[in-house]
Design a protein around this ligand. Structure first.
Ligand code: NAD
Ligand code: UGA
Length: 463
């Protein structure tokens, strides 16, 4: 059996590495157009950081896992072809800012139609609007060499930072399709290491829609608790206590109730906006408005945090040094896509603050590129003054202590464990007074810090 996966990103890379590890008899070939990314997958420094991933890749790469840019060759040889390319929000034309850009999916389908011979199973691994498989099937039906296809939907539910754990032991694997034979072929691969009762099968449209719905529900929980955090700050209630109290109700459950500076990541916002666009397309205005509110609440949470920083620091952060701890959208990943940090940093920069940013896994190049993105409009245009501020007012530090040195405030943006271990006595002495801490993750020991003299402002807690 041979598998090809088009797209060597955060999903394609780890997912295929896990299949190759668990199924030594299957040849897995992951292909991408991006040569630098493929080179990194073939090196000791993988393009993405995920705990435990280096070992999985190292084990399989010397045996049955290949990374290359030879897309046509991999398609031609494969029995099963996964499409795991990016499906970002459209930035132009109809549906700009909401609809998914399906250009990359369509290009893959056309390439498969051009190159394939014999019978192939094509698996949608990317997150897609419901009924995309219909378009994929139509494109494939124009195959030039008489090839035939079954199309399956097999959305991925892994979360970054825990990808290896999630792939090893998923809550469920979902496979949607029409052909029982094709569904069984894919299910058998997963059944090598996942128990059958966790492999759910369904029809194509339910599978496609379940993925968008799962992300919408998860993001909704975060926005719900973040909405309550604003009320906590106004009333003296403590959001962590409220989350604990409601989370013990088995109907609500304790997970995904951690209030934060706002959810980030490449998918929650994009998938909800996609859902909103779909609802509007089908004339379901009330449903669209309901889900859109999850994203609006998230924007409010980010904006509220920046405003609180400025207001607390005597209404001006101009020319003040602010240490920003963390830039990734969550801990244990180097991914910064839609990270709350980039928007908070943008807001503070526009208030003329001087930012010293430290993240243990994100490069200086990436941080600067993200700040440019955060300051740009949908078309990628950025004004000269923002560009200048990014050049002159941003320093990237190699450790958190240097970032905090002589600063007026520390802003915690990502919940990296190492931040809890810093020497806060030393940090306090090196800072301007009053030494403010804005904990956007409720990560630090606030009581201890207050005793040392810090002034703490945390999410969902009154100062
Ligand atoms: P990514 O941007 O990290 O990777 C996508 C890769 O596809 C890129 O390297 C790109 O060069 C490549 N690509 C695009 N068009 C190509 C083509 N025609 N031929 C070959 N390669 C091509 O994206 P990702 O984070 O891996 O996400 C992929 C999909 O999975 C998205 O639909 C996303 O919504 C979904 N998803 C992501 C996650 C996650 O945690 N990141 C989790 C679940 C689902
Ligand atoms: C999320 C889903 O959890 C995955 O199931 C899904 O496959 C994936 O999106 C996807 O489709 O891309 P991910 O974005 O990697 O995974 O990470 P999450 O753990 O879901 O966190 C998302 C954001 O919400 C982060 O910024 C995180 O800090 C924030 N969050 C999460 C909170 O603020 N509070 C919480 O209680 C949980």
């Amino acid at each position: 059996m041979k598998i090809c996966c088009i797209g060597a990103g955060y999903v394609g890379g780890p997912t295929m590495a896990m299949i190759a590890k668990q199924c030594p008899d299957i040849d897995v070939h992951v292909v991408d157009l991006n040569q630098a990314r493929i080179d990194a997958w073939n090196s000791d420094k993988l393009p993405i950081y995920e705990p435990g991933l280096d070992e999985v890749v190292a084990e399989a790469r010397s045996r049955n896992l290949t990374f290359s840019t030879r897309v046509d060759e991999a398609i031609a040889a494969a029995d099963i072809i996964f499409i795991s390319v990016n499906t970002p929000t459209k930035t132009f034309g109809i549906g700009a800012g909401r609809a998914a850009n399906l250009e990359f999916i369509e290009k893959c389908a056309r390439q498969i139609a051009r190159v394939a011979t014999g019978h192939k199973i094509v698996v949608e691994k990317s997150t897609l609007p419901v009924r995309t498989a219909e378009a994929v099937k139509r494109i494939l039906s124009s195959a030039e060499n008489g090839a035939t296809f079954d199309v399956l939907s097999n959305p991925e539910f892994l979360a970054e930072g825990t990808a290896v754990e999630d792939l090893l032991s998923p809550d469920r694997v979902l496979i949607g399709g029409e052909s029982p034979v094709a569904i069984a072929a894919l299910a058998n691969i997963y059944a090598t290491w996942i128990s059958r009762d966790r492999i759910l099968t369904t029809n194509l449209w339910s599978s496609e829609l379940s993925k968008l719905t799962a992300n919408a529900f998860l993001a909704q929980r975060v926005s719900s608790i973040n909405a309550i955090s604003a009320l906590c700050e106004a009333t003296g209630a403590d959001v962590d206590e409220v989350a604990r109290a409601i989370g013990t109700d088995s109907r609500i459950g304790p997970k995904f109730l951690k209030s934060s500076v706002g959810f980030g990541g490449s998918c929650f916002q994009k998938d909800i906006l996609n859902l909103v666009y779909l609802c509007e397309h089908f004339g379901l205005r009330e449903v669209a408005a309901y889900w859109e509110q999850v994203v609006s609440m998230n924007d409010y949470q980010k904006r509220r945090f920046s405003e609180r920083i400025v207001r607390t620091m005597f209404n001006t952060v101009s020319d003040k040094k602010i240490a920003v701890w963390g830039f990734a959208f969550k801990k244990d990943t180097n991914d910064t896509r839609e990270s709350a940090a980039m928007y908070i940093c943008r807001d503070l920069l526009r208030e003329r603050a001087r930012l010293s940013i430290y993240d243990p896994r994100v490069s200086e190049k990436q941080i600067r590129a993200d700040l440019v993105t955060a300051c740009s409009d949908l078309q990628g245009q950025i004004c000269e003054s923002d560009l200048k501020l990014i050049e002159t007012n941003v320093t990237i530090e190699k450790d958190g202590m240097s970032a905090a040195d002589s600063s007026h405030a520390i802003v915690v943006m990502t919940e990296w464990d190492e931040f809890k271990e810093f020497d806060f006595t030393k940090i306090y002495q090196s800072m301007q007074q009053p030494a403010f801490v804005f904990d956007g993750r409720n990560l630090l020991d606030h009581k201890k810090l207050a005793l040392l003299g810090f002034e703490i402002h945390a999410i969902g807690k009154s100062a």
